[in-house]
Design a protein around this ligand. Structure first.
Ligand code: NAD
Length: 296
């Protein structure tokens, strides 16, 4: 049994913490929301009043927080995790955050004699509850090896992407590509329809031709061809446009720092920003179809 401090029990964290508790680990749950802690206790965790209380004596600290500033605050502020964790403690940050902060927090952890990896996920709330997330990890091999048995409980695919921050790099590069091919797929279906070709016929042809891609065949943004896709359910998420925009912004921030040319990533961010400006970013990210076809 591993003693785990779990910080951040929101939509994702609650399912992840519950799965660790179900597997027999001692999970001390911390969140600034009391309601979130209560839910975690109902799911088999032990409620902790503060990060200090949860981290003291813990073997592992896991966090699932909204953004880089929260991660910095939780780990590096006075009285934060790094002030209370015992030497050798393994920290696993599963939040999706900017690459620079992820790398900085890990360097800081190592300077204090702790081990740390970044381990952002894909798979959404359903994957967190079901224990089927994909983890993309960055950090030292021995830290990854220690984390893997716990990540295997929360997920079904666990990758080591290399040095600190590389988990975040994998996540934002993948999601930038996803945003781009989703928009391209919307444009193709819209063009076909405007020229008199119905969605199903275009799907039947393109899905077996060179335009085939995941956005088309698993998540078709045009209603009809893929029954389970959000397009057939009023574009209810799924993966909300707001979350896609968060990842596209992180990608643009990192691309600027790295001087990587991402002209289509820039366009994707601009288009999802228009969904946000229209107040429609709570739709699934495939709802960008409505922006493209003028029905938003
Ligand atoms: P969420 O907002 O539901 O949960 C975050 C939790 O962190 C909240 O309960 C909040 O109260 C808590 N928190 C914030 N500051 C804190 C602090 N200082 N101390 C303790 N707790 C604090 O977010 P989520 O949907 O669970 O997402 C978490 C992370 O996972 C984000 O980085 C997100 O980008 C990423 N992610 C989310 C999804 C998804 O589908 N929701 C999918 C993949 C990745």
């Amino acid at each position: 049994m591993t003693k785990i401090a779990f910080i951040g029990l929101g939509n994702m964290g609650i399912g992840m913490a519950a799965n660790l508790a179900k597997a027999g680990h001692e999970v001390r749950a911390v969140d600034i929301s009391e309601a979130a802690v209560t839910k975690a206790v109902e799911a088999g965790c032990i409620g902790a009043a503060s990060a200090e209380e949860a981290v003291s004596g813990a073997d592992v600290v896991i966090s699932m927080l909204p953004a880089g500033k929260h991660v910095e605050l939780v780990y590096m502020s006075d009285g934060g995790v790094f002030d209370h964790a015992e030497p050798g403690t393994l920290c696993i940050d599963c939040s999706t955050i900017d690459v620079a902060t992820a790398r900085n927090v890990i360097v800081n952890a190592e300077e204090r004699g702790l081990s740390m990896i970044d381990a952002p996920v894909s798979g959404g709330v359903g994957g967190a509850a079901a224990g089927t997330l994909t983890f993309m990890c960055g950090g030292k091999q021995d830290a990854f090896d220690r984390a893997k048995p716990l990540l295997d409980i929360m997920g079904k695919n666990v990758f080591h992407a290399g040095e600190a921050g590389n988990g975040q790099v994998a996540k934002i590069a993948n999601n930038m590509l996803l945003g781009i091919h989703m928009i391209g797929t919307c444009e193709a279906f819209n063009l076909a329809e405007k020229l008199g070709l119905d969605a199903q016929t275009f799907y039947d042809i393109s899905s077996t031709a060179s335009g085939q891609n995941w956005s088309m065949t698993s998540y078709c943004p045009a209603p009809g061809p893929v029954e389970s896709a959000p397009s057939n359910h009023d574009y209810q998420p799924g993966f909300a446009a707001a979350m896609m925009l968060k990842d596209l912004r992180l990608a643009q921030e990192a691309a600027t720092t790295a001087r990587a040319a991402t002209p289509l990533g820039t366009q994707a961010e601009a288009l999802y920003s228009l969904m946000e400006a229209s107040g429609k970013d709570d739709l699934d990210f495939s709802g960008i179809m409505k922006l493209i076809n003028g029905s938003l």
